[in-house]
Design a protein. Sequence first.
Length: 336
Amino acid sequence: MKLYSNEIVFPGHPDKVCDQVSAAILDECLRQDPFTRAGIECAGGKGYLFITGEVGTKAHVDVKEIANGILRDMVYPEMEVLVNISRQSEDIAMGVDTGGAGDNGMMFGYACADTEELLPLAMVILQKFSRRYDTLRRADHRFRSDGKAQITGYYDEEFRLTKIKDFTICYQNDELDRPATDAILRDIALEICGSYGIGVETFHINPTGKFELGGFAADAGLTGRKIVVDAYQSFANVGGGCMNGKDPTKVDVSGAYMARQFAKELLKNEELKWCEVQLSYAIGIDRPLAIYVDSDKGNLEAPAEYYDRARPGNIIRELDMRAPNWRKRAMFGHFC
């Protein structure tokens, strides 16, 4: 048996709050102007949020109100919001306007046959746990927004999760009724794991002994610091960059989504157990430089049509990537 670990951070973690701020600003821009170009970054801590980046849009957006609206939703105090956003460089725009990629880079997409979501089981368990926690903290004031969870599991020779050795949960709370709140989270985790026939040997719940002070009072947040959580929680390679606050001409976003689409298709068409697809781009050039496919059956040749489908403009149309629903994706991971 092999031991392997993966983690998720809750939507109220400061890094995830910053991801949501960037994504929510993009959403509002896209609602008003679907052809918005954006690369929005947020950093926060100790009473301040600093929002910067580049935006080219016809939209009129109250950036400060959007940012503080996210904070209110996470039950954090409003902050002083400092905004320093410029227009996208014309040097970049001249290559993107003709359909070219918005950046250099490589992106990975992954799929496996372990679950109906075509994702690793431990990853699905943590995504479901994070959603349940977010619902719980909205209904029960004893639970606060900040937190994360981690699974260390036993894996068989085919890298299938057979049992969880350690389920670690760190959650901010009022520390007034810890035995009861710990038990609630333990029961939720056992319920989710049990629905897949997976047992848990040991729970580590707030193993320092206390987690009352959290959020931006105890930590700082930064857009793009949780790219592994946003992608495949360590079960696959992660390339490119952050997917939050960027419009889909940025191949960090569109390329990653198309690579995942290709991986799902190949998994089915080639009857694979797992598949990983890498796309690579050069800024201003619309056709991918290369498409590399790895799988449990070894390296596979990418279908020729994939090169045309993976042009940024074609990805945006095929996957409807101008739809303004990026904040939801920033909360629990982009691939669910």
